[in-house]
Design a protein around this ligand. Structure first.
Ligand code: C5P
Length: 266
């Protein structure tokens, strides 16, 4: 499983671009300063698994952000393919349920063991941040508060053997208090003080997110739109280094390396 240990490892760059040449150009330029490149639905639907192979072939690590949500057997099979593809992180929807998440975790572990490959970090998405408490109640008929539902789903994910969750900046502190042990928190919606907020509403700076307890942060446009992408990444890394220097590494202090092959789930 991938564990963030250096400032660089903590940074996931969202490759939210619509052509492979641009994506691969970004990887070539930034692979030495970005821990993992996030490939989402857009790039994957356009270019398929080949885009992942090309990124890993260039020495970049991949977070496959496809949020699997299906019956356990189907998700288990997709998880096995993600391992074979060589992704470092992939994710599933916790609303797929305990059995589905267990199937994903077990399949990832077993496939990695059988093929002697590293076990990817498997994360669960709790409630999409595009959904607020009102729509959760009205549409999904979930009557808990949003924060309580997120904590409930994170605990369910941990029980299922997930390595961690994707969480918004607002959820980090609550989750750190509510979920025990080594549990990865990956946080999108971060904005350095110098960057545009774009359509992100409730943001934290990279430093604030790490300080609050995030292991990984995801950034897209603050880097992609910058005139000098490398300088933008360096500035984000500096912010992370400042927080690291102040000693914020509680969840990862006892980990040995960035990639620990064949480590079991939760
Ligand atoms: O450009 P920006 O930094 O806003 O990109 C954030 C990335 O994280 C995008 O790929 C977006 O889809 C993803 N994301 C998010 N908020 C979530 C979950 C994922 O911004 N709650």
């Amino acid at each position: 499983m991938v564990i963030a240990v250096t400032p660089k490892d903590r940074l996931a760059l969202a490759l939210d671009v619509d052509n492979d040449r641009e994506a691969l150009g970004i990887v070539a330029e930034l692979k030495d300063s970005v821990g993992v490149f996030k490939v989402g639905h857009q790039l994957f639907t356009a270019y398929g698994p080949d885009i992942v192979r090309r990124i890993t072939g260039m020495g970049g690590r991949v977070f496959l952000d496809l949020k699997y949500h299906d019956i356990p057997n189907t998700v288990a099979k997709a998880a096995a393919e993600a391992v074979k593809l060589g992704v470092s992180i992939f994710n599933v929807h916790s609303l797929g349920g305990l059995d589905m998440m267990k199937a994903a975790a077990e399949s990832a572990r077993e496939t990695a063991e059988k093929l002697n490959l590293p076990v990817p970090t498997v994360l669960a998405v709790t409630i999409l941040t595009s959904m607020d408490e009102k729509s959760m109640r009205k549409e999904l008929k979930i009557t808990r508060t949003l924060q309580r539902e997120v904590v409930h789903l994170a605990r369910l994910a941990q029980r299922a053997g997930m390595h961690g969750v994707v969480a918004s900046p607002q959820e980090i502190k609550t989750l750190r208090r509510a979920v025990r042990g080594a549990f990865v928190i990956l946080t999108p919606g971060v904005r350095p003080a110098w960057a545009d907020k774009d359509d992100q509403k409730r943001v934290m700076t990279p430093g604030e997110a790490i300080k609050a307890g995030a292991d990984f942060i995801v950034a897209g446009r603050p880097v992609l739109k910058a005139n000098d992408r490398k300088a933008a990444v360096e500035k984000i890394l500096e912010e992370i280094i400042t927080v690291n220097d102040k000693g914020r590494k509680p969840e990862i202090r006892d980990r040995r390396s960035v990639e620990t092959p064949k480590e079991s789930g939760a």
